[in-house]
Design a protein around this ligand. Structure first.
Ligand code: COA
Length: 260
C-alpha cells in the first residue's frame, strides 16, 4: 500500500514508522487511522520483523485525533459515528497486539490520541521538553478508545487525575506514572532509541512474542488462576528450537543465533 501520511523505512528486522502529517502536527483523521491499521495488519504477519520505532515528523510526535474530522462527525448518524470510532479502536488494538517490540520515539507533544499511541508502545523514549496530556475533556470529548491501553500503563489514580482535568504534563511526570521509560535531551533521543533497538534485538523473537501475548493474560489475575497457562507457556517455549538454542548458547558461552 502506498501511504499518504506514513513513512515506513525497513532496515533488516527493524521498521521505522513515522506519522507524516506535520502541517497539522500529525493529527490523525480517518485516512491516518486506515493507514496505521493497514500497516499494523502487515506487520503482525511479518515474521522477520522484530522491532518497530514509531515516530512523528516535524515539530511534534502527534496532536492526537484530528479536531476537524471529529467535528464533522456531528453530521453523521449515531451508527456511522460508532463504526468510525470502532475503526480507531481497532487501530490501537492492532498496534498494541503486535508480536514484536514497539518503541515510541516521542518529541514535542503527544496529546490525546498521541498519548494513546505512546500507551500502545512497549518502550517509550521522550525528550525532556515533550508535553503529554489526555486533553480530550478540555475539548468536550473523552479519552474513550485509548482508555483500555492507558489504564494498564498509568493506573486508575493517575488516570482519574489526568483524564478528568485534561491537563498537560511533563515527560518527567509521564515517566513517573509509567507512560514513558526514558527521558532524554533532544540531542540524545535517537541514540537512546537505538540503544533500546539494539537491546531488543538480543531477545529471541518467538520468546518476545510469547511474552507479549502472555503478560496481558496474567495481569490482574490471581497466581492460581494463571498457574496452568504460565506453565504451558514456559513448557512450550523451552522445548522449542528457539528455547533450546538460547539455553545452549548460554551454557556454551556464545551468542544465540538471533543476536546481532
Ligand atoms: N486536530 C486538528 N488540527 C490540529 C490539531 C488537532 N488535534 N492539533 C493541531 N492542529 C493544527 C492547528 O489547528 C494548526 O492549524 P493551522 O496552521 O491551520 O492554524 C496546526 O495544526 C499547527 O498547530 P499549532 O497549535 O499552531 O502548532 P504548535 O506547534 O504551536 O503546537 C500542539 C502544537 C500539538 C501543542 C498544539 O497544536 C495543540 O495543543 N494541539 C491540540 C492537541 C490536543 O489537545 N489534541 C487532543 C485531540 S483529542
Amino acid at each position: 500500500m502506498a501511504y499518504q501520511f506514513l513513512t515506513v523505512r525497513r532496515e533488516a528486522a527493524v521498521e521505522r514508522v513515522t506519522l507524516n502529517r506535520p502541517d497539522v502536527r500529525n493529527a490523525f483523521n480517518e485516512q491516518v487511522i486506515a493507514e496505521l491499521a493497514e500497516w499494523a495488519r502487515g506487520a503482525a504477519d511479518d515474521t522477520g520483523l522484530r522491532v518497530v520505532v514509531l515516530a512523528g515528523a516535524g515539530k511534534v510526535f502527534s496532536a492526537g485525533a484530528d479536531a476537524e474530522w471529529m467535528a464533522r462527525m456531528a453530521g453523521y448518524s449515531q451508527e456511522e459515528n460508532v463504526r468510525d470510532a470502532a475503526r480507531a479502536a481497532a487501530m490501537f488494538r492492532a498496534i498494541n497486539a503486535l508480536p514484536c517490540v514497539v518503541i515510541g520515539r516521542i518529541h514535542g507533544a503527544a496529546l490525546g490520541g498521541g498519548s494513546g499511541l505512546a500507551a500502545v508502545c512497549d518502550i517509550v523514549v521522550a525528550t525532556d521538553a515533550t508535553l503529554f496530556g489526555f486533553t480530550e475533556t478540555k475539548l468536550g470529548i473523552l479519552p474513550a478508545m485509548i482508555s483500555p491501553f492507558v489504564l494498564p500503563k498509568i493506573g486508575m489514580s493517575a488516570a482519574r487525575e489526568l483524564c478528568l482535568t485534561g491537563t498537560r504534563f511533563s515527560a518527567a511526570r509521564a515517566r513517573e506514572i509509567g507512560l514513558v521509560h526514558a527521558v532524554v535531551p533532544e540531542a540524545a533521543l535517537d541514540a537512546t532509541v537505538q540503544r533500546y533497538v539494539d537491546e531488543a534485538l538480543t531477545a529471541a523473537p518467538t520468546a518476545v512474542a510469547a511474552t507479549k501475548a502472555l503478560l496481558p493474560q496474567v495481569w490482574g489475575r490471581a497466581p492460581e488462576e494463571v498457574a496452568e497457562r504460565t506453565a504451558v507457556a514456559i513448557a512450550v517455549q523451552r522445548a522449542s528450537p528457539e528455547g533450546q538454542e538460547g539455553l545452549r548458547a548460554f551454557l556454551e558461552k556464545r551468542k544465540a543465533t538471533w543476536a546481532p
